[in-house]
Design a protein around this ligand. Structure first.
Ligand code: ZN
Ligand code: ZN
Length: 97
């Protein structure tokens, strides 16, 4: 990303799992990156709740609480609860509710 103030290099800051803001390496400006105006690109980035991800085909996956495998999430992203005990993949006997 490019800084809107000085044209310098802007990078994300914060822990990898929770990037909080961007900062310019040259002038230190916070969240000053030039935003790509391509509307289509930003629409593709949808926010998934913690614990969910999308695979290459766009299907939503959750991580099994038992074995840690990623399995398809059959419901809506809003229905997912990160701490729910039923977040099991069902792929083996120990992964059944
Ligand atoms: Zn800058
Ligand atoms: Zn499992």
């Amino acid at each position: 990303m490019i800084c809107a103030c000085c044209g310098g290099h802007v990078t994300w800051r914060g822990p990898l799992s929770n990037l909080t803001h961007t900062e310019c390496a040259s002038c230190g400006a916070v969240n000053a990156q030039l935003v790509d105006q391509a509307g289509d690109a930003t629409e593709m980035v949808d926010e998934l709740p913690e614990g969910l991800r999308r695979d290459e085909s766009g299907a939503i996956e959750f991580q099994c609480r038992s074995c840690g495998q990623w399995a398809e999430w059959p419901g809506e992203p809003e229905d997912f609860e990160f701490d729910a005990p039923e977040n099991l993949c069902g792929g083996s006997p120990r992964c059944l509710p």
